[in-house]
Design a binder for this molecule. Structure first.
Ligand SMILES: [Zn+2]
Length: 262
């Protein structure tokens, strides 16, 4: 009997679930973020491990690492204090922080530890970088590696899954835990997307021999999206959720295909 421990780079998962990104592109509304059901995600990962070892029957520790900015009390008056910021920048930042906060809350409600959630207070230079899309989150990938390696050393007979889009974490895992191939696995979005951030050190997932192959989340959107009644469109294969079940005999049809057909 063994367990599966899960370590999520939350900044990456939040991003790939965002509008117009790889996970949302698999749903009927690509312009909306995919609401991830973390319990379903756990179950999908466990099922993937069980296909290789049916003795893995339980979920162990679960961590989601990301950062959520703490907004200053005077944030609303920043445009008066720093004329380079517009009221719109403030509102946009508030919405982004709120969305990230909700994402973390959903994971925590599903049993994820928020011990690795960083809450840096937002400074004006950070907002400059955010607005020019140059803000780099630094600690998240290193934290995920540290948590996974600690877990693998303490529980060598369990499985340890890292959810990441950054292949640069793999050499670090291999150095710190050389036995990684037997019980560490990766969940990513697409083999081509799992590339190192830094071109010069771009590691390919293929260079690593995992006994359990990677799980590609874009193939499992129907299994991880929130909703009691989830379907795949019979026509375009996009995923959608409905509050009520579709009658068994009806072919499931997504909203865009429905519009085309009416
Ligand atoms: Zn469709």
């Amino acid at each position: 009997m063994s367990r599966l421990h899960i370590f999520i780079d939350g900044s990456w998962l939040f991003k790939v679930a965002s509008p117009q990104k790889v996970l949302s592109s698999k749903t009927e509304h690509p312009t909306q973020a995919v609401a991830i059901d973390f319990k379903k995600l756990d179950a999908a990962l466990l099922k993937h491990v069980q296909a290789h070892n049916p003795e893995c029957v339980d979920i162990g520790a679960k961590f989601l690492s990301t950062s959520v900015f703490g907004l200053p009390a005077d944030f609303d008056v920043w445009p008066a204090r720093y004329p380079r910021f517009l009221h719109d920048n403030i509102e946009q930042t508030k919405r982004a922080v709120y969305a990230r906060e909700k994402f973390v809350e959903t994971a925590v409600n599903a049993g994820y530890s928020d011990a690795a959630v960083y809450r840096p207070p937002l400074k004006d230079w950070m907002l400059d970088k955010l607005m020019s899309n140059q803000f780099q989150e630094k600690q998240v990938d290193a934290t995920v590696v540290a948590l996974l390696v600690r877990s693998a050393i303490i529980h060598p007979d369990d499985y340890h899954c890292v959810l990441t889009g950054d292949a640069d974490v793999l050499p670090a895992i291999r150095v710190a835990y050389p036995e990684y191939s037997k019980n560490v696995l990766v969940a990513a979005t697409h083999p081509d997307e799992l590339q190192g951030k830094h071109r010069a050190t771009a590691f390919s997932l293929n260079a690593f021999r995992f006994r359990i192959p990677p799980l590609y989340l874009q193939d499992h959107v129907a299994s991880i999206i929130r909703g009691n009644h989830v379907y795949e469109c019979a026509h375009c294969h996009k995923v959608f959720a409905r509050p009520k079940p579709i009658p068994v005999k009806a072919r499931p049809c997504c909203a865009p295909c429905n519009l085309l057909r009416s």
